[in-house]
Write a protein of this length. Structure first.
Length: 382
């Protein structure tokens, strides 16, 4: 399954033919509520089919909905859901993402994908990744304060030392061999195998490949903090060879294969939490200083105009607040509806800031420096 961060960074959501179909659904990790997920999905697909059928032929509608129907019948898929589901389709295009946060149930048929729920997840400040490392294997996990899940390695990342080095590496020898005899004819056993220096050299080569490819395939596209989870003897060597600026100074001295998902998340979040809080405090402090010098605002209307004018350097968005309405991306004008079931004005502003090259961070309400739902830091004073 493709990575949401990877696809978003590649601009796939903005480069599709129309119509664009978006389906969002909260899902469950365990029974009994899990049993209802495929039923609710089929109901949402029926709603999509009805909407598409209003403007497209029966044949076109069937072609667009075929991957949704196939997914609905995939029992294996429904046995491994997480907290939310996003399914996006267009002519010749279909993507499904398992989400670590619940999303409101919704279907949209439009000229572009409805990606705001995905942006909220991608820009949340509490996300992190874990590199599970042994001498012979690599695993990657992604988590937030609530959960952690193993994710598929990018195509360029080797899963094993053989993938990285081919057959040109030293196989460790785990048995014993005998040579000579001791007193009374007793055999002398030495638990030795391949030369230690050869093994160490292979391990270093392997770690260099892992570091480079994880940076290229995961850390750079996502920008997430990276923890090492490995036995103590591997931490020093990996840090010596690593060039990854996202690598955290503190890691987990354990093989993640020995922990449940809950245990791994609990240990990882204790490590990530101080950095997470420090980052939020720094962002808030920077905003307050900017606002004091005419380089920031907590006013939604002003933030909307600044977003259109490409003046926002960093935008903090309240994770829990919704302002029903729309932003005119050409004029910066706001349409405040006060009604539920419509787009979120805060997400409109955030989406525009991202498209203009600014930074957007979704922040819990308790850490927001304003009550309006936005805190915008400008590039320059107005």
């Amino acid at each position: 399954m493709r990575s949401l961060s990877e696809d978003f960074a590649a601009g796939l959501f903005a480069a599709q033919s129309t119509p664009c179909l978006s389906l969002y659904q909260p899902t469950h990790r365990s029974h009994p509520p899990k049993r209802q997920d495929p039923i609710r999905f089929r109901n949402l697909v029926a709603s999509l089919e009805e909407e598409v059928g209003k403007s497209h032929s029966k044949r076109e509608t069937e072609e667009l909905l075929a991957p949704f129907h196939k997914l609905a019948a995939d029992e294996q898929f429904w046995n491994h859901t997480r907290d939310g589901l996003a399914a996006l389709a267009a002519p010749g295009f279909f993507r499904v993402y398992l989400l670590q946060r619940s999303v409101p149930e919704r279907v949209v048929v439009a000229d572009s994908f409805h990606t705001k729920p995905l942006l909220r997840i991608l820009q949340s400040a509490d996300r992190y990744q874990i590199l599970g490392l042994t001498r012979e294997r690599v695993r990657l996990f992604e988590g937030n304060r609530d959960s952690v899940d193993e994710i598929e390695l990018a195509p360029n990342v080797p899963g094993t030392i053989t993938d990285a080095l081919g057959e040109e590496h030293t196989e460790p020898y785990h048995g014993v061999f005998t040579y000579g005899t001791g007193p009374g004819g007793t055999g002398m056993h030495h638990g030795s195998g391949a030369r230690t220096d050869d093994l160490d050299m292979d391990t270093e080569r392997f770690f260099r490949v892992v570091d480079r490819t994880v940076l290229e395939g995961h850390s750079r596209p996502s920008g997430l903090p990276l923890l090492i989870a490995a036995l103590p003897e591997y931490h020093k060597l990996f840090r010596e060879v690593s060039q990854n600026p996202h690598l955290m100074a503190v890691g987990l001295e354990v093989d993640p294969g020995h922990l449940s998902a809950e245990e791994l998340n609990d240990r990882a979040w204790k490590v990530v939490l101080p950095q997470y809080l420090a980052r939020l405090a720094s962002l808030v402090e920077r905003f307050e200083a900017a606002r004091a010098h005419g380089k920031g605002t907590g006013d939604v209307a002003e933030a909307g105009r600044a977003a259109v004018e490409c003046r926002i350097r960093t935008l903090l968005v309240d994770a829990d607040q919704v302002v029903p309405g729309r932003l005119d991306a050409d004029t910066g004008g706001l349409e405040l509806t006060g009604a539920s079931g419509v787009d979120d004005l805060l997400d409109d502003i955030g989406e525009l800031v991202l498209s203009k090259g600014g930074e957007v961070v979704v922040v819990p309400s308790g850490q927001m420096p304003t009550k309006t739902g936005v805190a915008a830091e400008y590039f320059y004073a107005t």
